[in-house]
Design a binder for this molecule. Structure first.
Ligand code: ARG
Length: 554
């Protein structure tokens, strides 16, 4: 709409216009768009009032109903009825496809997301990575890309030598079976405590990892078992979140794929020795990238290098995204630089998508030393709270447990996604679950309310628009902006654009619902029902893009 208007203005404007010059007045009495003419006065040696009058009297466009010159502004009023009619037709016809595009042309984008570490609790950071990464994947798909979701499980490294050592010393099978992650974490913590008193334990742990790396069958079997048990626990969380992956190739998968990379670094003269370790040096005062320890063991960066190359070979991505916390920024900068130094031009297509911490009472939620916040418990608590709310407010509702799950989990997802990912976010279940304010349940509730209207009205085949009132016009304008929101969220890899959009649309719908008769005004019933159907389509799609469900009744 804006571009059309800008073009129409350009044909009668004595000066070159730019998009930012066209404002959207907050008060709709001042029109849908306004062009302030003050900046042109000097060049044209005319008063802004005169310029505005000239433009207002000559601008013509089928979508402009009225142009008024007021105090140096050109206020433009759109033909609401014509615009609403064609938009509603479009949305009803395209349905769930409304807002999507083919911009990506099927290009593959790999997304490294979630990536928890086995034998450790699934942390709040992993939750953020999962939720943000999943929404980015959905946005990419909506923009015509082909996302490949890779869960790069942390299942390799010296810590597993330590864990094997600890298990053999103090562990037993039964406890691991019963509560795998809790038990393994405690073993790991105990290892560190005892190693403080007896540092030789650390050497034992390192040696045990070497044995594992070299493929010892007993060590591998034990490690394999820890992994299976851990993944079972993670899977329960993924099921609750409704997230799935295209690949679970984690760090261990690269155990036998690192040597060629190290060799290539060597051949290209990039490896240098530093304190017995092999490193690639960085410029600009950046610490060197560690490739091999003095005992020959590989590192996190070595595995990420091998993984990046493997992904390029396997998927020929146009972009390779890593949804990982802010604190790993240096790591990804280094990995990218090393790949660049190796001559891989595609390294420029690697994008680290960082995010902030989840705080509780202003402090980082800790998974260390006993103070474990188990995510599964948090999700279950949210679902239970949602269930309680339903029992209080709508005890007759069918599928209560399904709805409670959609709302409880949705509340957590939404509170995460509505803020720009780089911000730290405060975790407070009660606030997240409120049906007022900028929450997931608020948006889901608006969607359910819209569904109940359409159920009562019956679907509309045909409608005529007599007049579009201010409440309806607010909705129409928002509906027309949805495709841009989907594009911008994708361009900026920022789901919060969609979350904020959904809140705005839900708010506009609620004030329409509170002020306008849909069912009892027979002259406008069909049109208003059609408008409500469009709200359903777009709210549902917004929620879907955030990885949330949209119950039809709540
Ligand atoms: N497992 C790591 C952690 O929990 C995150 C892995 C992120 N992905 C990667 N390709 N390095 O910190």
């Amino acid at each position: 709409m804006k571009n059309d208007i800008l073009q129409a203005l350009q044909t009668v404007s004595p000066i070159q216009l730019e998009e930012h010059m066209l404002e959207r007045p907050a008060n709709s009495k001042l029109g849908d768009f306004a062009l302030p003419c003050f900046p042109f006065a000097k060049v044209l040696r005319k008063s802004p009032v005169a310029i505005a009058e000239e433009i207002a009297s000559s601008v013509k466009h089928p979508l402009i109903r009225k142009a008024e010159a007021v105090n140096g502004y050109v206020n433009l009023f759109m033909d609401r009825e014509v615009i609403a009619d064609s938009l509603l037709q479009t949305i009803l016809k395209q349905s769930a496809a409304y807002g999507s595009s083919n911009e990506g042309n099927g290009g593959v984008v790999t997304i490294d997301l979630s990536s928890p570490n086995i034998a450790k609790p699934f942390s709040m950071g992993h939750l953020r990575s999962t939720v943000i990464g999943n929404s980015i994947a959905l946005l990419l798909e909506g923009n015509g890309y082909q996302p490949v979701k890779i869960n790069y499980i942390g299942d390799w490294g010296t810590q597993f030598g330590k864990l094997l050592t600890a298990y053999r010393k103090w562990g037993n099978e039964e406890d691991v079976r019963k509560e795998p992650i809790k038990t393994l974490l405690n073993l790991y913590i105990r290892f560190h405590e005892e190693a403080e008193a007896d540092p030789s334990l650390n050497d034992e742990g390192r040696a045990a990892f070497k044995v594992l790396e070299d493929g010892d069958a007993d060590a591998l079997a034990l490690w394999e078992w820890f992994k299976t048990e851990s993944l079972k626990e993670f899977q329960r969380i993924y099921d609750l979140l409704g997230v799935s992956f295209d690949s679970y190739n984690g760090e261990a998968y690269y155990n036998d794929k690192m040597e060629p990379v190290v060799q290539e670094l060597e051949d290209k003269g990039l490896l240098v020795e530093s304190d017995g370790a092999m490193v690639v040096e960085m410029e600009d005062g950046m610490p060197p990238c560690l490739i091999k320890k003095s005992d020959g063991a590989t590192l996190y960066a070595t595995r990420d290098l091998a993984a990046a190359i493997d992904r390029k070979n396997k998927y020929d991505f146009v972009k390779s995204i890593y949804v990982v916390g802010n604190e790993q920024s240096l790591h990804f900068t280094q990995v990218k630089k090393v790949l660049n130094k190796m001559g891989h031009e595609w390294a420029n297509d690697i994008v680290h998508v960082p995010f902030g911490l989840i705080l509780q009472g202003g402090k980082k939620m800790s998974t260390r030393k006993g103070k474990i916040v188990l995510l599964e418990e948090v999700l279950k608590e949210a679902i239970a709270l949602a269930q309680k709310n339903i029992q209080e407010k709508n005890p007759a509702l069918a599928n209560q447990s399904e709805v409670a799950e959609a709302v409880g989990v949705g509340a957590i997802l939404f509170s995460d996604l509505k803020q720009h990912r780089k911000h730290d976010i405060e975790f407070d279940l009660e606030t997240m679950l409120q049906t007022e304010g900028e929450t997931g349940p608020y948006v889901q509730y608006a969607h359910a309310r819209a569904n109940s209207i359409v159920r009562k009205a019956g679907a509309t085949d045909e409608f005529a628009i007599n007049e579009v009132n201010d409440h309806e016009w607010d909705i129409v304008k928002l509906l027309s902006q949805f495709p841009q929101a989907v594009k911008r969220a994708n361009d900026e890899l920022d789901p919060s654009v969609i979350a904020k959009y959904a809140v705005d649309l839900a708010q506009a719908f609620n004030s329409f619902y509170g002020n306008v008769q849909v069912l009892s005004d027979s002259a406008n019933k069909a049109y208003r029902t059609a408008l409500t159907e469009c709200v359903i389509i777009v709210l549902k799609e917004s929620l879907r893009l955030l990885g949330m469900r949209a119950p039809e009744e709540m």
